[in-house]
Design a protein around this ligand. Structure first.
Ligand SMILES: N[C@@H](CC=O)C(=O)O
Length: 312
């Protein structure tokens, strides 16, 4: 498992997978099923695994936190970069990074707080959390002006933040003044696109961000890895043709909850038993299952076809 400090090169060596967290029927994190998920992605060229939103870390309590971190260490591939998350509120974040100090993860991600915040307060909070952790943290922005670009530049310059995951959704990802301001303030080498395959091409090729995170890579790791490869060689046409195959599944995720659909889809296609999702989320409603299963199986099948013949 990677334990040395994060460098810009780490961000581009693999798609940064954001997998679900499989749980056993009793609700405990299931080591063997999570190992299967990681192993499947590793076969597809993935070596970076971020346990954050899709693993529903938002609702992970303090008491369970160490056992889930232990599991991440246990299932990490030899060359794997495992990134846990903490938060989203400041108090839980501080408590969790005190636990994280006992582990060798080189960074951990601050989940974005979807509640009362001010940009200056977020900047101060991230600085205090990183101080308590004693290591640089990964920042995650999902909402316009969550933090000020100039504050983020200072946090990076001071070694407080080592990666920024950008996930503000736009109808047209090519029109994004906040992202432009962020690029202007912090550059691109520590900035990753954080909304999966859909906006990744525009973020990487047009805004210059370094790489991208993905949930659907859990279903189709070989094709997602191929998108990263195409982006690295600035082959937009290949990247777009591959991305097209993800969209029906991404539509299901957008329609019913990206986290829940991914969690249940991994089981529906037979990669692993993901089991019950932690409240306050809930598994798919019965009426949603058929549509999700169809789209997930189609994506999984596209990946299998790609694997047997990348030219198709
Ligand atoms: N939210 C995106 C990327 C992960 O953070 C996804 O699930 O595809």
């Amino acid at each position: 498992m990677k334990t040395d400090p994060v460098t810009p090169a780490d961000l581009v060596r693999s798609v940064i997978a954001v997998p679900p967290l499989a749980r056993a029927a009793d609700g405990s994190a299931d080591v063997e099923q999570n190992r299967k998920i990681v192993g499947w992605m590793a076969e597809g060229g993935v070596s970076s695994f971020l346990y954050g939103g899709n693993a529903n870390f938002y609702h992970l309590g303090l008491a369970e936190f160490p056992s889930v971190l232990d599991m991440m260490v246990e299932i990490a591939p030899a060359d794997g970069w495992m990134i846990p998350a903490f938060g989203p509120d400041f108090g839980k974040a501080l408590d969790q990074v005190r636990i994280l100090r006992d582990y060798d993860f080189p960074t951990a991600m601050a989940l974005p707080m979807n509640g009362p915040t001010k940009p200056a307060g977020v900047a101060t909070g991230l600085r205090r959390i990183a101080d308590a952790y004693g290591r640089p943290i990964t920042a995650y922005v999902r909402a316009e002006n969550y933090f000020a670009p100039r504050d983020m530049a200072a946090l990076i310059a001071d070694g407080v933040v080592c990666v920024v995951k950008y996930a503000v959704e736009r109808a047209d990802p090519g029109t994004d003044r906040y992202l432009s301001e962020l690029v202007e303030a912090i550059g691109t080498e520590r900035l990753v696109s954080g909304i999966g395959e859909r906006p990744a091409i525009v973020h990487v090729l047009d805004f210059g961000v370094a790489a991208f995170t993905s949930g659907s890579v859990t279903i189709a790791p070989h094709m997602s890895t191929a998108i990263l490869k195409a982006l690295k060689s600035r082959d937009r046409q290949t990247a777009e043709a591959l991305r097209e195959r993800f969209l029906a599944f991404e539509d299901q995720r957008d329609a019913h909850s990206p986290i829940v659909v991914l969690h249940d889809a991994v089981q529906l296609v037979g990669i692993a038993e993901t089991g019950p999702i932690q409240p306050y989320l809930a598994n798919l409603d019965p009426g949603q299952v058929a549509g999700v299963a169809d789209a997930a199986k189609a994506l999984y099948e596209e990946n299998r076809r790609y694997l047997s013949d990348p030219a198709t």
